[in-house]
Design a protein around this ligand. Structure first.
Ligand SMILES: [Fe+2]
Length: 318
């Protein structure tokens, strides 16, 4: 038995085990996206993670629901971020489905995505090729073969980090990538605007780590990344990876003095491990001159999620 055949067989077995994730869902129009202050909003974006797209029609349809929900609102959403684990196994046919959906909407809003461990753990080079090509097409930028980049939306800086080696769980952030982060955060500080850093893996000792997941953080370069982030004001670090629902582990204050905050994004496709279990959740982020607001929402079925840990508001420090 060749290795690819063995893997294919393994994947088919796993697929057969989890069809429950891909029951087709409809998007309700009863509770559309609305902003707290539409007149004064400066930037809005949807924050999601862990789409884990398999090669399955119903999963592709459910991915499209994100855009159905966004288009059902009268408000203008400027961007969408997806914090990794784009595909479930990292196969080219999964990325073909993913980018078929995302490419259809690339002229409606800016789509910023990064790789997760599920993308790269089996076929790093395949994932890197598919994802970097996809990002270059979505944003009309040149990544020069690197998986990390920055992008400005409405004058606000998004810094997107990614592992540069295959990884089972943790990431590898090279010294060059750390320098890139330093330089980009320095520019954001000079611009005196809040900045959004996106990485699949969370920082250590945040969001219930290491209790909720052994080796669930960035890994060896964790302290270097954290030290760079902490030096700057109004930095929002957005991660996925833990598949935590809406729960006490959503928010972590990294540095209160500088307003460095981490938001742990729920899993879009798979059920969450704790907190509110249902898949499809994410956050709508509203950025104003003096504050940033995150509101939990189901982009899979439409509607804001009510209850504890579904609303966060951070005053900006100047
Ligand atoms: Fe994941």
């Amino acid at each position: 038995m060749t290795i690819p055949f063995f893997i294919e067989k393994y994947v088919k077995q796993i697929k057969a085990m989890n069809p429950k994730y891909d029951k087709p869902c409809e998007v309700s129009k009863l509770d559309p996206i609305t902003f707290t202050d539409s007149e004064n909003i400066k930037l809005s974006f949807v924050a999601l993670a862990d789409t884990h797209l398999p090669d399955r029609n119903t999963a592709e349809k459910n991915l499209e629901n994100i855009f159905t929900d966004i288009s059902g609102s009268k408000e203008k959403i400027d961007a969408l971020i997806l914090a990794g684990d784009i595909a479930d196994y990292g196969f080219t046919k999964e990325y073909r489905r993913f980018f078929r959906v995302f490419t259809r909407h690339k002229n409606e809003l800016k789509l910023l995505i990064t790789m997760g461990n599920h993308d790269v753990r089996l076929f790093y080079k395949t994932a890197l090729y598919n994802i970097t090509n996809g990002i270059e097409d979505l944003l009309s930028i040149n990544l020069n073969g690197k998986p990390y980049y920055s992008y400005n939306v409405n004058g606000y800086r998004f810094i997107v980090l990614a592992t540069e080696k295959p990884c089972l769980l943790e990431a590898y952030i090279s010294p060059e990538q750390i320098d890139f982060l330093k330089n980009e955060l320095k520019k954001a500080s000079e611009e005196n605007e809040p900045c959004f850093v996106i990485c699949h893996q969370p920082l250590d000792n945040t969001h219930g780590l290491p209790k909720v997941c052994k080796n669930g953080s960035i890994g060896k370069q964790n302290n270097q990344v954290k030290a760079v982030l902490e030096k700057h004001k109004n930095v929002f670090f957005l991660n996925g990876h833990l598949h935590s629902g809406i729960c006490d582990y959503v928010e972590s204050i990294i540095n209160k003095e500088n307003n460095v905050i981490s938001i742990n994004l729920p899993s879009y496709r798979k059920e969450n491990n704790f907190g509110s279990i249902p898949s499809g959740a994410g956050y709508i982020c509203e950025v104003y001159e003096d504050k940033v607001i995150f509101k939990a929402r189901s982009l899979l079925t439409g509607g804001y999620i009510k209850g504890h840990n579904t609303y966060f508001e951070y005053p900006l420090i100047f």
